[in-house]
Write a new protein. Structure first.
Length: 415
């Protein structure tokens, strides 16, 4: 099997994902995608006629985020018409999956140059959802193609699932808040030391002025006392009725004796943000022919499903599966990136795999920096690569939970 090289990784800074308030919220999602595709092109002097495909991830593919963002953003970025593009959805995991699929096409020998990545403008999807609700259109639940909750494969709300898992695992509020505080502290150090500078490219307005050139979401002033004062966010949502049932009842169908305690809030949950990322993947032959220096290679990747009712527990089996595929152990991994969708996801991941906390989310995670759904996985792969280069590590493992009870995973090796 051929190897897949990672040549470069870029991303936008993450803007606050609130309509009219975030620095990127006035822009079109295609503009964000074109920004990172343009940066990949320019930084690597890429002849875009030779790009075989662009594999993009966008979770909420409706309205402005519909219509094959991968292809249309490439055209907007000035790519040659020969560079094809497609867009996929694995909910939160799509940004890893786009990279995995791009790598697979190169490793198969069928393609030589593929760009992967993703975009999500949560400021737009929030506004779009409100418009739909105001028009009387029932919401499409995350992970379900039905307007009513599915009784055969019951899935609840992500935040309620996070609270349920914390309750079941005996992980208390103090531990979750503690991890959230560490995330903010590590992100603050990373930003001050310029650890993201290699990958982050500014987003410009159409008139040429700067829209955003720094992370907008982090709250470095966060304290343990401040986190402890926040009220749980999902108590009311748990009892929100839709289709004749509630999110709490969905979980209790499968786990009837579980009395869910509510621990998660805005401070220990992932931030709502806008952002995009792109990763250039080539064959060794293409890299040599075009004078490109590889930064890493894809060692292994996998996909894993788990209980859709609890939704968030697939990262641990995914990590074990991809390690087995790579012939590695957890002790071989120098950099772990587990998306902080909710604090319990990362905390359970660390506990279940008995990991060295100093190697996990070294530069903070989504609780501090935000989680632009379809783009996050690609962002984390770039973050892992930057950290491997900074620290001199060899292997990085990236995984994340996704709606429907799924988790893609990937291991990369620094070259």
């Amino acid at each position: 099997m051929a190897e897949a090289y990672i040549i470069d990784a870029v991303r936008t800074p993450r803007g606050v994902g609130k309509p009219g308030k975030g620095a990127l919220s006035h822009l079109h999602p295609q503009h964000l995608a074109a920004t990172v595709l343009g940066a990949i092109k320019d930084r690597n002097h890429l002849d875009t006629k030779t790009v075989d495909d662009i594999v993009w991830s966008t979770s909420s593919q409706n309205g402005k985020q519909g219509g094959d963002l991968g292809r249309m953003a490439a055209l907007s970025a000035g790519y040659d018409i020969a560079a094809s593009g497609t867009t996929l959805d694995r909910f939160c995991g799509g940004g890893i999956t786009s990279v995995n699929m791009a790598a697979a096409s190169v490793m198969s020998g069928m393609e030589d140059c593929v760009i992967a990545g993703g975009t999500e403008m949560m400021s737009y999807t929030t506004a779009y959802g409100a418009e739909q609700a105001n028009a009387g259109i029932a919401p499409r639940l995350m992970g379900s193609g039905h307007e009513a909750l599915d009784a055969l494969h019951p899935q609840s709300h992500q935040g309620v699932c996070g609270d349920a898992i914390a309750t079941m695992e005996g992980i208390d509020r103090q531990a979750l808040d503690g991890l959230a505080l560490v995330s903010q502290q590590r992100a603050d150090v990373a930003i001050k030391e310029g650890r993201f500078n290699k990958s982050v490219v500014p987003v410009m307005n159409p008139d040429g002025t700067v829209a955003l050139d720094r992370e907008e979401f982090p709250r470095p002033e966060t304290t343990a006392e401040g986190l402890a004062a926040l009220k749980p966010s999902f108590t009311g949502i748990a009892d929100f009725e839709i289709g004749g049932t509630t999110f709490r009842k969905q979980i209790n169908r499968r786990y009837p004796d579980l009395e869910i305690q509510h621990f998660h809030h805005a401070g220990n949950s992932s931030g709502v943000v806008d952002g995009a990322a792109a990763i250039l993947i080539t064959s060794p032959e293409y890299a040599k022919e075009h004078g490109l220096k590889p930064r890493a290679r894809v060692v292994a990747y996998c996909n894993q499903g788990d209980d859709p009712t609890l939704m968030l527990n697939a990262p641990v089996p995914a990590a074990k599966k991809v390690l087995a595929k790579a012939g590695l152990t957890k002790d071989d991994i120098d950099v772990w990136e587990i998306n902080e969708a909710f604090a319990v996801v990362a905390e359970k991941f660390i506990r279940d795999l008995d990991l060295d906390r100093a190697k996990v989310n070294i530069n903070g995670g989504a609780m501090a920096l935000g989680h632009p759904i379809g783009a996050t996985g690609s962002i984390l792969i770039g973050t892992a690569l930057d950290e491997l280069e900074r620290s001199g590590g060899r292997y990085g493992l990236v995984t994340m939970c996704a709606a429907g009870g799924m988790a893609p995973a990937i291991i990369i090796e620094r070259i």
